[in-house]
Every structure is written in C-alpha cells, then in structure tokens.
Design a protein around this ligand. Sequence first.
Ligand code: PAF
Length: 282
Amino acid sequence: MATIIRNTGEMSAAMALRRRRGETIGLVPTMGYLHEGHLSLVRASRRENDVSVVSLFVNPIQFGPGEDLERYPRDEARDLELLEKEGVDYLFAPTAQTLYAPDHSTFVDETALSLPLCGASRPGHFRGVCTVVLKLFHVVGPDRAYFGMKDYQQLQVIRRMVRDLDVPVKIRPCPLVREPDGLALSSRNAYLFPEERRSALGLSAALRAVAEAYEGGERSTPALVALAQEKLAQDRRLDADYLEIRGAESLEPLDVVDRPAVVALAARVGKTRLIDNIVIGE
Ligand code: PAF
C-alpha cells in the first residue's frame, strides 16, 4: 500500500528515516492525471531505487494568466489506484497552501535555456517549474529524479538548474511515450474532442516528416522547418505556436543540423496547447 503524505515536514521525516536505513530514494514529480508516460517513469524509479515517491501537485505558479490551471484534469483516486498497481511506496500530494506560504517570495530563475520555445510563449513558466522542483528535491531528498523527454525543454532546464545549484540528485531522462497512432501521451489529451484528437496527429506526422528528410540527407534547418510547417498547414484546426530545430543540449539555434538536435513543436488544437518533439542526429 502506498503511504499518502500531504505535509512537507512529514514527507521529509519519512525520507530521513528511509535514508538512515541505507535505502535509496527515487522521485517522480507529476501534476497527476497519470498516463503510461508517467508510469514508465515510475517503473524506472522502482528498478533503480529502494524507495519510490511520486509527487502529485498541480503547481499554480507554472501557469500563466489565462492558461488552464482551473481546468487542468485531476483525479487523485484514479492516480492512486494506478500507483498502487505499480508498487509505489509514497504519494506526496501537498496542497498549494502547504507548499507555498501566503507571503512566498523566493523563486528559481534559470536564465538561458528557459528563454526560447515554451519559455517565449509562456513567460514565467520555467520559473514556476524550477521553483517547485527544487522545493520537491529539498523536501524528498531523492538520489534520482525521473523526467519524461516529452517535456524536452523542461528536462534540459532542470538539468541545468541541478548542475548550477549543486543539487545532489541524478536526473534520469525517460523516453517520450506515444499512442500506437503516434500521438504523444499528455494529460492534456483529455481535453481533445474526437475530431481534435485526429488533428493532433498532425504534430507527430510533421516531426516524422522532418526525421525522414533528415535521414534522407537534408541538413538545412530552414528546409526541414519549412517541410514541417507545410505538413501542419494541411490541417486548419492546427495553429502552430513554434516549430524550431535547436541543439539537443544547449538549445542553441542551428542553421544546419550538424550535431544532435531537437525538433520542438507547440501547436494549439482548438483550446488545447500541445507540445511534441524528436531528437535527430544522435
Ligand atoms: O512535468 C510536469 O508535470 C511538471 O512541470 C512538474 C515537473 C511536475 C513540475 O510541476
């Protein structure tokens, strides 16, 4: 049975006890409404650690004004059931009041990798992510923490934060998980009407077209981007926010794909904003 903890002091005390016993701790930070992508992180944590903790917290400070904080899907009972099946040891599900004092005034700002892509469209988003993730690291004190490559930029920003601030945790990236038809798993897929879900397949199709052209020898970034944009433009329900090819680790813009690169894409389908990516040239 997973132990549910809602209080930071209790969580830290439980982890201190486990550490004193010589046990290693894996943390999977989530905002709940779990899917196979999250569960693959949990399985990786269970393989590598004695104790696995999943945090479930819809972090208000990583949502901008007018974003989907209120309607973000939530179902703690279903999440708990899934986590029990995976043999998770602890579910840390604090309230916003527990995690943030009413006069909370300290934030973590990564100032390079957070700027382009989602950072440009969602100002303040990565500040909210870094702040909550660092808090979770302090409360839980994990040896390893697991992040999906679906949120590719988030993963790189967190790696940078951990490096820059000497946080004693190993970041374990896990592969993006897709539906059989190619749609990247996301809690936000729950928003999609059937016809929107069909349109959403255009994201992975555009990325596949880039990967195929790259495999076929195309190295020019503008040519690869144009190809993907053309694919996206074929569906009028898709409204691209950004589609960029950048260096895989430092996210620098590339004119030519002459090193490992990420093709990162964000698009709106109706009211839902989806992201997807692939890494090429590895
Ligand atoms: O990827 C997410 O679900 C969130 O951004 C995270 C890492 C749990 C922080 O709130």
